[in-house]
Design a protein around this ligand. Structure first.
Ligand code: MG
Length: 370
């Protein structure tokens, strides 16, 4: 690979078509940081999408932009980067901050795949361009409204439904859902809203036949999750807690989870995410791919990762219109069948951001050259 001669960073504000409510609060817009690596006439694109505020994890959009601009991108620009591992090595001296590192890593993979004329899913070692995706529902105004939306999703053929779960939108909600749809596949995402003091509530949940309970306890915990898992039949899925291959290995070793949610950007990009995928596969722990309410740019990266063999549950990757009126990529990301999406077969992720939309939606931009 030739030298990375330019790195462009764009902090973008994308309004949501409707507010998205989780245990972390309600968001009306997302603020991804778009990263572009240029190498001669070639370019690689990705998106780092922490939340606007440090509620999901310690990183947040404006902070990621600044760290990339002031520290991480200067460590990469002007260098010849021949592999994802080489890129990670240049960033390894800087502790933590996987979302910021992930933007650079994933843009490098897109660039690498394009320069080799390969779709990203093939460059990552995927098995088939067709992946299963699920339906998700955040906290809504009423349980009746939720039941109606779930009915529509099941009628549309979605193979599983994920429900955001938080104090005040909890057992009564899941009980009503289970009664209304006794055979459907559901799981809940607690977004770290609970503690071991809630064991009675988890025991009652354990009787509702959920596919998994996602991130029930603190965002940075492993040990309490292992304690909880020993008392439940329902598998725990770790999301926020798995920020690196080392954390995944430790979680598996102590029995903290039966599933791992891989968000490549949360782990520092495709390079560490591939390591986590392989480590889980070797340990017999299945994975699926999560999302951070990305634009289609981030969604296409997740879609490529979802083609890997140990992804065994429908992933959280959504059509553009689910969240956005104007997605960053054109044309929109769409389902290719019921509960199904297909990764583009053109090189890299198969799309680049639409220049007019990127320009109009950017609130902060930086260009670094060698
Ligand atoms: Mg989650």
């Amino acid at each position: 690979m030739s030298i990375i001669d330019t790195i462009e960073l764009y902090r973008v504000r994308l309004p949501l078509v409707y507010p998205f409510g989780t245990a972390y609060g309600t968001d009306h817009a997302v603020e991804p940081v778009v990263v572009c690596l240029r190498c001669g006439d070639d370019s690689g694109w990705a998106e780092s999408q922490p939340f606007r505020l440090p509620t999901y994890c310690p990183e947040y959009s404006a902070g990621v932009f600044r760290l990339l601009r002031d520290v991480l991108a200067p460590a990469i620009v002007g260098r010849q980067i021949s592999s994802g591992a080489a890129l990670q090595k240049h960033l390894a001296g800087f502790k933590g901050n996987p979302f910021a590192k992930g933007g650079l890593d994933m843009a490098w993979w897109d660039l690498h795949a394009r320069r080799n004329g390969l779709p990203l899913w093939q460059a990552l070692g995927g098995k088939s361009p067709v992946v299963e995706v699920g339906a998700d529902f955040g906290i809504m105004d009423t349980i009746d409204a939720l039941l109606e939306r779930i009915g529509e999703a099941l009628d549309a053929g979605f193979k599983r439904i994920k429900l955001k779960y938080a104090p005040g939108w909890d057992l009564d909600m899941v009980t009503a859902v289970r009664e209304a749809f006794p055979r459907a596949v559901f799981h809940i995402d607690c977004n770290s809203a609970y503690t071991l003091d809630d064991i009675d509530m988890f025991r009652r949940l354990d009787r509702l036949g959920l596919a998994m309970i996602e991130q029930p306890l603190a965002h940075d915990d492993l040990v309490d999750h292992a304690t909880l898992q020993k008392q439940l039949r329902t598998p725990i899925c770790l999301d926020e807690s798995i920020t690196s291959p080392a954390r995944a290995r430790k979680a598996i070793e102590i029995g903290a989870c039966g599933w791992v949610n891989i968000k490549p950007v949360r782990m520092g990009g495709h390079t560490p995410a591939l390591e986590v995928h392989d480590l889980c596969r070797d340990a017999g722990v299945p994975c699926w791919i999560g999302g951070m309410v990305e634009s289609g740019l981030g969604g296409l990266h997740c879609l490529a990762m979802a083609t890997l063999a140990n992804v065994k549950y429908p992933s959280d990757i959504f059509p553009s219109r689910r969240f956005f009126t104007d997605d960053l990529v054109v044309p929109d990301i769409e389902l290719s069948g019921p509960s199904q999406m297909t990764t583009p077969d053109s090189p890299g992720i198969g799309r680049v951001p639409d220049p007019e939309r990127l320009d109009r939606l950017t609130v902060e931009k930086a260009v670094l050259t060698q």
